[in-house]
Write a protein that binds this ligand. Structure first.
Ligand SMILES: C[S@@+](CC[C@H](N)C(=O)[O-])C[C@H]1O[C@@H](n2cnc3c(N)ncnc32)[C@H](O)[C@@H]1O
Length: 259
């Protein structure tokens, strides 16, 4: 996904402000992270700062939070969005955490874990920063979790139809990217125990999911065969196929690890 583009960071930030899905995802994440006892909190893949802002509202006044992200463009917007001396931001991939202040009693990661190239590398990087008793919470859409059921929504069906029409090929689908057993094993190798994988359901409408899929970093990987105009045309045809007000359920799995 092209998270490095400044335009993408702006479009993403606008979506986060205007639509409620990330607000909901972050609120649930913060509840499960139980930040009340933490002095230092780490937010992996902080994006434009929505997760850090949610943490700041819930964490103790004395606590500090560091947000890291691989994308300079996302970090820049986060720094512009968050004006709190308790928060700081560092550009680095989630697998390279040397030099960060810590130790972190809580680590959170919203809507990003499946994008990390190696779950094991992230657990290993965390091992030297997360002391005994620390907690690591992250969420993954159920459709990307092996063994979970999720329905194909009209927006997804419309996207597949239009992508197949444009490319002349049948859509390969998105690979199942997260296997809970793999996570459990990789986590335990670095001293993290999987406490729970909790399924929580977000009530969305098709219009919101359409806007989400229109973010360049989201639609880009699905339409690499198209230029920008082709992509816009495809999205417009998808938009005409859906009923923006139709309600759908979007399940997410929240993984809670402890050390
Ligand atoms: C959907 S956004 C989520 C941002 C934020 N957590 C939120 O809830 O708004 C995904 C983020 O993951 C970041 N990302 C992707 N791969 C990464 C990696 N290997 N290390 C750190 N950040 C990464 C992207 O740059 C992007 O900001």
């Amino acid at each position: 996904m092209d998270w490095n583009s400044a335009l993408n960071a702006e479009i993403y930030d606008l979506f986060v402000r205007e639509r409620s899905v990330y607000e909901w995802l972050n609120r649930r994440l913060v509840e499960l992270a139980e930040l009340e006892q933490a002095d230092h909190i780490l937010d992996l893949a902080c994006g434009t700062g929505a997760t850090v802002l949610a943490c700041l509202r819930a964490m103790p006044a004395r606590a500090e939070i560091v947000g890291i992200d691989a994308s300079e463009a996302m970090i820049r917007v986060a720094q512009a969005n968050v004006h709190d001396p308790r928060a700081s931001f560092v550009r680095t991939p989630a697998s390279e955490l040397e030099g960060l202040p810590g130790p972190f009693q809580r680590v959170v990661c919203c809507a990003a874990f499946w994008q990390f190239p190696s779950a094991g590398a992230v657990f290993r990087a965390l091992a030297s920063h997360a002391p005994e008793g620390s907690r690591f919470v992250f969420n993954v859409p159920a459709e990307r979790v092996q063994g979970e059921t999720s329905t194909i929504h009209p927006i997804q069906a419309a996207l597949i139809t239009e992508i197949e029409r444009e490319s002349g090929r049948s859509f390969g689908g998105q690979p199942t990217l997260v296997d809970p057993e793999h996570l459990r094993t990789r986590g335990s190798e670095s001293g993290f125990r999987l406490l729970e994988a909790r399924r929580l359901v977000y009530e969305a409408n098709q219009g919101e999911l359409f806007e989400l899929m229109s973010i360049p970093a989201m639609i880009g990987p699905l339409t690499e065969h198209l230029d920008e105009i082709g992509r816009d045309r495809l999205l417009e045809r998808v938009r005409r196929r859906i009923d923006a007000d139709q309600q759908v359920e979007v399940p997410w799995i929240y993984f809670i690890f402890e050390r």
